[in-house]
Design a protein around this ligand. Sequence first.
Ligand code: AMP
Ligand code: MG
Length: 410
Amino acid sequence: MISVHQAREIILKNILPLKKSELIKIESALGRVCALEVRSKENIPPFDNSAMDGFAIKARDSHKALRSNPKIFKVIEDVAAGYTAKKELKSGEAIRIMTGAPLPKGADSVVMVENTELRAKSSELRRIELVKIFEEVRKGENVRYAGEDVKKGETVISKGSILKSGHIGMLASLGFSQVKVFRKPQVAILATGDELVQIKEGLKPGKIRNSNSYSLYSQVLKVGALPILLGIARDNRKDLEAKITQGLSADMLIVSGGVSVGDYDFVKDVLKDLGTDMKFWRVAMKPGKPLAFGMMRRTPVFGLPGNPVSSMVAFEQFARPAVLKLSGARDLFRFRLPAIFTDDFEKKKGLRYFLRVILANKGGQLYASLTGPQGSGILKSMVLANGIAELPEDMEVIRRGETVEVTYLE
Ligand code: AMP
Ligand code: MG
């Protein structure tokens, strides 16, 4: 039996990114994997501009200005965002400026409007011409310089980034209405078991509904790939062979159930007979121990345990990073955080445990509480959980108040 760490290494070593890309509109690019390095052809912002509503001046003219010692400037022009000042500013002059408007020629700083007072308010008709300034500003104060966000030639999005809203906005800002992303991997999902019925079929004695296909379907969707449901294969070689063969035309195949040591667990044999190079079939973890992985030429094949929680946990730990790697993504793992465990829990030494927990932030401290019973058939634990706590192999017991590492499941 190999460790979780070793299993993950074997899986990732064998999987190569698909590499095929497509050009799509940025509106559809959320969550997609960027297929190339995006460099800026321009400075952003493209010109020096004001970060505040206020008055553009020469900084040295504000020397020693205070509320008790205002400096008076002549207002020579108004400039709003989207326009440029026509006049060049000279010493002793101010140009009224709005946030985002280009810094007028001759100005080197902006005094925010809160630290000024317009002097001639008497006549509505007469243009206000003087402004009192109550603060000394430094050269460059309240100015956003050209290229201070992004410099011309700079790499802004690296290949393999999963595009978030910030990336989409940045692409627009750089002038791209489309972006090259990697094609989504197709992930075929096959449930196995004579006991399984479809959702709408009636339950007869001994039968249960196929739920794994659907939890896996949504897990595949969530990680940005295209799930394909192959339905249910019965526990006989013929049916398994036919449906597995169908699944091998996808970029990845996930089979649920039938990989344990029961009399009807044929999945591994059928995979082998079909030419899959099986890499391992048991991992030292709980839940999820019977877990097979192999390569059918370039297609990775997972045999996940049938128990509903084991299936989901095993997907999360192994198939998720595998899908991400196929997708060309650079970051394959979720972020891990330390949390205080609020229960006492005993475990078997040698196995890595993945406990379903509810994470809560209480006064700035993260706490992880068990969702309840942790059996591998207790699917409710996955309904309640927003995190997975990992207890390392060598641990035998954890007491409340001790620290545990958790991943937050968004
Ligand atoms: P197996 O790994 O095939 O031995 O299955 C282990 C347990 O998981 C059994 O109790 C199965 O009934 C259950 N199981 C297997 N496949 C599914 C499925 N697709 N949906 C729900 N439960 C399943
Ligand atoms: Mg079975």
